[in-house]
Ligand binder design. Structure first.
Ligand SMILES: Cc1ncc(COP(=O)(O)O)c(C=O)c1O
Length: 467
């Protein structure tokens, strides 16, 4: 199929034909590739990726919020190769291997508080699925067998397996698979920009809005009956909907509410951990103590698949007793190669001070995006660290959004393709209101921010003129 280092050697026509005939892409409207080329990426270097035609793109989404240290890092490829030669595979079912042990120790050291126990999975959805099962079994073991429900926020994405999909708050991606797992309930999200539509009484005061959103969780717990609620799953910054940061005081109030009603707080950090917000974990960034953290993606920077659930000593305690067993696992969870890559990845983070670097450069990135606010289509710019969303509107003053049809024409019909053609990979998303999302590799600097700003200005201006 050609030399990946020399993209001109790819047989484009054959790849296109075979992709159309055989490959089922994820979350992809397959019909759209009948008359469009399938983008085929073949190589990466730093923040750049190259397609099979040799065109270069700035990877403004780190693949899929994954490639924290950038592409083409030999250290990680070599760590994988060394481990595959030494011991390619052994399961964590009753056995252990050194990388899994060392990585669990290292994660426990980095994590907030007493999250000292680590259960490995192969990705984020499995980590979410696992955390729900752990919560349910924990309550059975501690005399509250009626606690099985979970709360999560409107429009939040938590994965696609049946349990994780049940926790997800996006009705459109659930509908085809109903009935899902019972006992999953929605609460308000922290979309302050739209607060006047659903919480007008606090729409002008961010802190009051944060308390209102936290208390929506309390009301839900009371409505469901506290004795039936196991956990609440929250991302530090909610991704779907376009990067909703937590208002000041929100997580502290949620923690108090969880403690009051004996509900576990699960911080779903599949995107937000490993430097994405300028801290090792989102919970550290916003100073709250979860009972569990789910993570994946940036843990290996994507050089090999891995996810994890970090669990507090309190939740672990009943599982250390007598015959108690979490009857749950994955053949490839905590794979030796993936855990070797994760250790080498964390070494790179430390050597290159990536987490502090994001904290130091985040304001400069934000400033470039804020500068786009003079464009009439830009309604809001929000986010944190290297994780931002730009909400697009029809009318900046009234905040009127696009209709479904307009959004379809704007995002799928124009923006996604135009941004890609202009050499920027980012996400044009309308799972909530239409947004452009950016989450570049953590090695990005001013020159990359500037390029992102230039491409967005050009393409968003064109979009405004066309619609
Ligand atoms: C917050 C959150 N949870 C869970 C998942 C699911 O992770 P995965 O795709 O690795 O299963 C994602 C994926 O983007 C996510 O953003």
């Amino acid at each position: 199929m050609g030399d990946p280092m020399n993209p001109t050697e790819y047989d484009h026509d054959h790849l296109q034909e075979a992709a159309r005939r055989h490959l089922w892409m994820h979350f992809t409207r397959m019909s759209s590739y009948q008359d469009h080329e399938v983008p085929v990426m073949v190589r990466g270097e730093g923040p750049w990726v190259y397609d099979s035609r040799g065109r270069r793109y700035l990877d403004g989404l780190s693949g899929l919020f994954v490639v924290q240290v950038g592409h083409g890092r030999r250290e990680l490829a070599e760590a994988a190769s060394r481990q595959a030669s030494e011991l390619a595979y052994f399961p964590l079912w009753s056995y252990a291997h050194p990388n899994a042990i060392q990585l669990s120790e290292r994660l426990a050291t980095l994590a907030p508080g007493d999250l000292n126990r680590v259960f490995f999975t192969t990705g984020g959805g499995e980590a979410v699925e696992t955390a729900w099962k752990m919560a349910r079994q924990y309550f059975r073991a501690t005399g509250s067998p009626g606690r099985y429900k979970v709360l999560s926020r409107n429009i939040a994405y938590h994965g696609t397996t049946m349990g994780a999909l049940s926790i997800t708050g996006l009705p459109d991606i659930k509908a085809a698979y109903e009935p899902l797992v019972p006992g999953s309930v929605r609460v308000a999200n922290t979309n302050f920009y739209r607060a006047r539509e659903f919480a007008p009484e606090v729409a002008d005061d961010l802190e009051a809005f944060g308390l209102w959103a936290a208390r929506d969780i309390e009301q839900r717990i009371l409505m469901e009956g506290p004795e039936s609620v196991a956990a609440v799953f929250l991302e530090p910054v909610q991704n779907a909907g376009g990067c909703f940061p937590p208002p000041p005081g929100y997580f502290q109030e949620v923690r108090r509410i969880c403690d009051r009603y004996g509900v576990l707080l699960v911080s779903d950090e599949v995107i937000c951990a490993f430097g994405r917000l300028g801290a090792w974990f989102g919970a550290l960034r916003y100073d709250y103590q979860p009972d569990m953290i789910t993570c994946a993606k940036g843990l290996t920077s994507g050089y090999s698949p891995l996810g994890a659930v970090l669990v507090s000593d309190r939740i672990m305690e009943p599982f250390l007793d007598g015959s108690a067993t979490l009857l749950h696992g994955f053949t490839f969870g905590g794979h030796p190669v993936s855990t070797a890559v994760a250790l080498a990845n964390l070494d790179l983070f430390e050597k290159e001070h990536l987490v502090d670097g994001v904290a130091a450069r985040s304001d400069a990135f934000r400033a470039v995006l804020e500068d786009l606010r003079d464009l009439p289509i830009v309604g809001d710019v929000r986010g944190d660290g290297y994780f931002f969303g730009i909400e697009l509107v029809k009318d900046r003053d009234t905040r009127e959004t696009f209709s479904d049809d307009e959004s379809e024409r704007l995002l799928r019909g124009f923006l996604s393709g135009a941004l890609f053609d202009a050499g920027l990979i980012c996400r044009a998303d309308d799972r909530g209101d239409p947004v452009i999302q950016l989450a570049p590799p953590l090695i990005c600097e001013q020159e990359h921010f500037d390029l992102i700003g230039q491409v967005l200005r050009q393409v968003l201006s064109e979009a405004w003129n066309q619609f």
